[in-house]
Design a protein around this ligand. Structure first.
Ligand code: AP5
Length: 213
């Protein structure tokens, strides 16, 4: 089973994709985590994309497509995968399709903008692992520290109010249309999930949607 997870910034893609992959034994690629790791390591890729990440814009389609194809060829494994954050534009989706990568379902996490803003401004992350917390709804066991390593948590540079607005606008301008593209053009199964409520409630809705496929 190969899945694509789509949703506006803060809808819970990272949170839910970890649960989905652990539960169904899928490999996971978060393109956001991959790019942030490149920035953190100071690699050539990181230097190339750092400014765009901080501004909340999108990395060029050609580069993203090449990175994801490489991951699928080398690291995706046999049991299926979940792509969190890719594709993000129609050209990225077209390139994935031209590469004969089969997608079985697109999962769309839907959430109101006011709640998205709250989730993003209250988010804290452990950059090395990508583990994510929310100051009030999903706090770490010890304030400011990652549960697993005890290392400090930070606020993402793109979680500042002005950048969040830009990321939301980019999502509605360029990414939301993917649900129509996959459903109507490629005939891929489309599962829209109400992403309000607790992490557990949302995951239960996802499991229910899968069981009906
Ligand atoms: P990326 O990292 O993919 O960012 P995003 O899509 O904006 O999504 P987020 O990571 O902000 O949110 P999320 O939906 O994963 O929510 P989360 O689970 O963390 O991409 C970052 C950047 O990389 C892009 O802006 C772009 O520049 C670049 N990029 C990436 N892919 C690209 C591509 N294909 N092409 C071009 N550029 C690309 O949850 C959010 C918060 O809410 C957390 O605090 C969490 O603990 C909390 N939370 C989650 N669920 C719940 C719940 N049910 N109840 C309460 N709190 C919850």
């Amino acid at each position: 089973m190969n899945l694509i997870l789509v949703g506006p910034p803060g809808a819970g893609k990272g949170t839910q994709s970890e649960l989905i992959c652990a539960h169904y034994g899928l490999s996971r690629l978060s393109t956001g985590d991959m790019l942030r790791e490149a920035v953190r390591s100071g690699s050539q890729l990181g230097r190339q994309v750092g400014e765009t990440l901080r501004s909340g814009g999108l990395i060029p389609d050609e580069l993203m497509t090449a990175l994801v194809r490489l991951w699928i060829e080398k690291d995706a494994g046999e049991a299926g995968f979940l792509l969190d954050g890719f594709p993000r534009t129609i050209p990225q989706a077209e390139k994935l399709d031209q590469a004969n990568v089969t997608i079985d379902a697109l999962l769309y996490l839907k959430l109101d903008n006011t709640i998205l803003m709250n989730r993003l401004s209250q988010r804290r992350v452990h950059l090395a692992s990508g583990r994510t917390y929310h100051l009030s709804d999903n706090p770490p066991q010890q304030e400011g520290l990652d549960d697993v390593t005890g290392e400090p948590l930070v606020q993402r540079e793109d979680d500042l109010p002005e950048v969040i607005k830009h990321r939301l606008q980019t999502f509605y301008d360029k990414t939301e249309v993917l649900s129509i593209y996959y459903r109507e053009k490629l005939g891929v199964k489309y599962l829209q999930i109400d992403a309000h409520g607790s992490v557990v409630e949302v995951f239960e809705r996802i499991q229910t949607a899968f069981s009906a496929v």
